[in-house]
Design a binder for this molecule. Structure first.
Ligand code: ATP
Ligand code: MG
Length: 421
């Protein structure tokens, strides 16, 4: 059970990011999350929920409420639920003093911080290298109770550095011990994925059913298969690859931009983007990755036709004749991009994102993508994407990453031409 404490969370004022972080980290350890609960800074509700959770699960992770102020209740509530008192720990107090003495507040540590040197008796302290609040963990009955500080920058390293080792392989795994297969599905509507999975399950005649869960992210659907046997999960996954195409269904939880980044990095290649409708989204996606300067040279957002001509040397007559969303325009954009940036790979995207601007011949969602290498390889593909303006733009960016990938790996790009749904 994940139990997030904080009135801002239960009221929805700030977004709870711990469930996503802890949920996926636990999944990777083979521990399934029974439920995630958000409670306000209110002792009665918090304690009732904690007691119930300790009855229901082998592992309860409480987040937040470890600070020095009076609304921080986790220490007291955890001690009560565990039936122990709070215990002052000299070593925690010394660490707090050192943290203050070493910092700018050498004048003295506020008395309220003394609270943070107390943890439930018999529990282990978890050192906080990024803040003042130590975490703690200990057994309550048959369950393990872990308390972590609220700020993500403190919680995440504490969990990875100190909690994971206590969880793997033992605690929390009894009763789940199940196989989990994680994959990614690109450019496919969730409804198509759902129908395909249902059909594949009906066709599988073995006992025991494979269940699935999906999480729709900005650039992909993360798919998790559980239940049934490992062979059944593999069969289902293979079936999905055959149905939707190997380019669009992938093993492991890897973002398309990460895949392209790895290919570029290992081969010592550089990329740049010429964007129209995506307005810089491709540049953002790649620069989100640390180390992107190794592979990314820059981009040109040429929204207006005049800039397509001035910056990317797309002939004005060509734009007049074929339109800005056309094979000819995309190819000219990628060629102009390569000569402007001298990257080894140039990718150009032009599309009709909608909601207006579509025609019979070029409906909203028409996208042309041209990838071109300095060595002379070239691939130009049109896509017909569905969805809102936002979805068309995000899917165009993913499609551009896939075209780039096909160009570099030599993968058969025909699978991209017939998108499912
Ligand atoms: P502090 O010593 O900073 O008070 P704390 O352990 O008491 O730490 P909280 O007071 O519950 O933690 O939360 C501190 C801050 O951490 C919140 O204001 C919020 O910005 C962030 N935070 C807490 N819980 C979450 C969460 N579940 N998801 C994202 N951010 C969170
Ligand atoms: Mg606090």
């Amino acid at each position: 059970v994940l139990l997030a404490v904080g009135t801002e969370l239960s009221e929805g004022v700030i977004l709870n990011t711990h469930f996503r972080f802890l949920g996926s980290a636990l999944q990777a350890l083979g521990i399934s999350v029974l439920k995630g609960v958000q409670v306000p800074d209110e002792a009665g509700l918090f304690e009732a929920e904690l007691r119930m959770s300790l009855d229901q699960a082998d592992l309860v992770i409480v987040t937040g409420g470890l600070g020095p102020t009076s609304d921080d209740l986790t220490r007291e509530v955890a001690a009560r639920a565990a039936g122990v008192s709070l215990e002052f720990r000299d070593e925690l107090w010394r660490q707090l003093l050192e943290r203050y003495a070493g910092g700018t507040l050498a004048a003295g540590i506020p008395a309220s911080n003394r609270k943070q040197a107390y943890i439930p008796a018999g529990f282990d302290a978890l050192a906080n290298s990024r803040g003042t609040a130590p975490g703690f963990c200990g057994a309550v009955g048959k369950s393990l109770l872990v308390a972590l500080p609220g700020p993500p920058a403190e919680l995440e390293p504490m969990f990875l550095e100190q909690v994971v080792a206590r969880l793997a392989p033992g605690a929390g795994q009894e009763g789940t011990g199940q196989e989990v297969l994680v994959g990614n599905v690109l450019l496919s509507p969730e409804s198509v994925l759902e129908e395909t999975l249902q059909r594949l399950r009906r066709e599988d005649l073995q006992e025991g059913e494979v269940r699935w869960g999906t999480r729709v992210a900005d650039d992909r659907i993360v798919l998790t298969l559980r239940g049934g046997s490992k062979q059944q999960q593999e069969r289902m996954f293979r079936g999905l690859c055959e149905e939707l195409g190997p380019l669009l269904v992938r093993r492991a939880d890897e973002r398309p931009v990460e895949r392209l980044f790895e290919i570029l990095r290992t081969r010592g290649l550089t990329v740049s983007f010429a964007e129209s409708c995506t307005g810089g989204l491709l540049c953002k996606l790649i620069t989100d990755l640390p180390g992107s300067s190794q592979v990314f040279r820059g981009g040109i957002v040429a929204y207006d036709n005049e800039l397509k001509t001035r910056l990317l040397k797309v002939p004005k007559a060509l734009l007049g004749r074929y339109g800005a969303v056309s094979r000819e325009a995309a190819e000219a954009m990628s060629a102009g991009l390569l000569s402007a940036t001298h990257s080894t790979l140039g990718v150009a995207v032009t599309c009709i994102a909608g909601p207006a601007g579509g025609t019979e011949e070029k409906p909203v969602g028409t996208v042309w993508i041209s990838g071109r290498t300095a060595s002379g390889l070239h691939l130009c593909i049109d896509f017909h994407l569905r969805g809102s303006r936002d979805m068309v733009r995000r899917r165009s960016a993913v499609a551009a990453l896939l075209v780039a990938e096909c160009l570099l790996t030599g993968a058969d790009a025909s699978g991209l031409r017939q998108l499912p749904g």
